[in-house]
Design a binder for this molecule. Structure first.
Ligand SMILES: [Zn+2]
Length: 319
């Protein structure tokens, strides 16, 4: 996914120069790879069905951050591919440029590492009166749009009020509830499936599941493990988050064989949604290079609090 993010940022800085080297087919495919998973066939089919008359604004929620952003790029490729098929070929000039974030009609405002600023949104406005330079559709991706500041979100609402028939916006976010309702109501929402459901955990992650289950349930046993793993890297920490997400997905699917899924099972749905959000926030923090152990400790603490509140029958957020 690095190829998709490396040039993200302000729209004004997006002009690609003729000297830019186009990536090879394999490199471009790597940018799309998270969108090509077999369990994403259903959302891809929805997108194919919308291709002829794409909505002005599309929301991609669910899944994980890599699959959301890759799917946004896949959508941009689908709209601009020079091939004849009903899938983007991922090999033509357009697809390669989109995979490398070097397409003159692709604008990636990247909220994965820092918030999307009002100036980034303002820089889009003059573009929208113009025809796409190269492709059929200009595609403006707001990756992890939950990081839009309120001013930027309001400015974007104004942008969306102006007709720009050749431009398609795509927002990615973990859940639609994390965006302004007025933004959500203007677009189509496609929900990607949960990652990693139904598979057994790798053996090295089992102690983390035990520790999370015990801490979520009793408030003990987490910090011993996390302190002992000082020096844990972000990739390993992401796997620990997946342990939690898998348990939650198992619980929602009625499979409660795991220790952590068994802790989740009696909780009200609103609390399960809060827990889903905790996992996403932890993933976001890890992607923003927060210290992995601190991010995991915050997640575990949030989990303990959510479980405690859930057992009291309260919805989080109520006083
Ligand atoms: Zn193509």
């Amino acid at each position: 996914m690095a190829a998709a993010g490396k040039k993200g940022g302000s729209a004004a800085a997006r002009a690609s120069s003729p000297g830019d080297r186009l990536p090879g087919v394999d490199e471009a495919r790597a940018a799309f790879s998270c969108a090509l998973a077999p369990d994403l066939e259903r959302p891809r089919a929805f997108l194919r069905a919308m291709r002829a008359e794409p909505p002005q604004l599309l929301h991609l929620e669910g899944g994980d951050v890599s699959s959301r952003v890759a799917m946004a790029l896949w959508w941009a490729a689908l709209l601009n591919c020079e091939g004849e098929g009903d899938q983007p070929c991922l090999a033509c000039h357009s697809c390669l440029r989109i995979g490398a974030n070097m397409h003159p009609d692709l604008f990636l405002l990247d909220g994965r590492a820092s918030s999307i600023k009002i100036d980034d949104v303002r820089a889009l406005r003059p573009l929208l009166g113009e025809k796409p330079h190269f492709g059929r559709r200009r595609v403006i991706v707001l990756a992890e749009a939950q990081s839009l500041g309120i001013e930027a979100a309001n400015s974007l609402l104004k942008v969306l009020e102006d007709p720009s028939p050749d431009t398609c916006f795509v927002f990615t976010a973990p859940q639609r509830e994390r965006l302004l309702p007025t933004l959500v109501s203007r677009g189509w929402v496609i929900t990607l499936p949960w990652p990693e459901t139904g598979r057994a955990l790798p053996a090295e992650l089992a102690p983390w599941e035990t520790a999370l289950a015990r801490f979520a349930s009793e408030g003990r046993g987490w910090f011993d493990l996390s302190q002992a793993r000082n020096g844990l890297d972000a990739a390993s920490a992401q796997n620990v988050v997946l342990v939690g997400q898998k348990a939650l997905a198992d619980c929602l699917a009625g499979r409660t064989s795991g220790e952590l899924a068994a802790v989740f099972r009696p909780l009200p749905e609103a609390v399960l949604l809060e827990i889903a959000d905790l996992f996403v926030e932890c993933q976001d923090a890890l992607m923003a290079q927060v210290n992995p152990l601190l991010a995991l400790d915050a997640m575990a603490t949030g989990l303990y609090r959510a479980v405690r509140e859930g057992r009291r029958g309260k919805t989080l957020g109520t006083p």
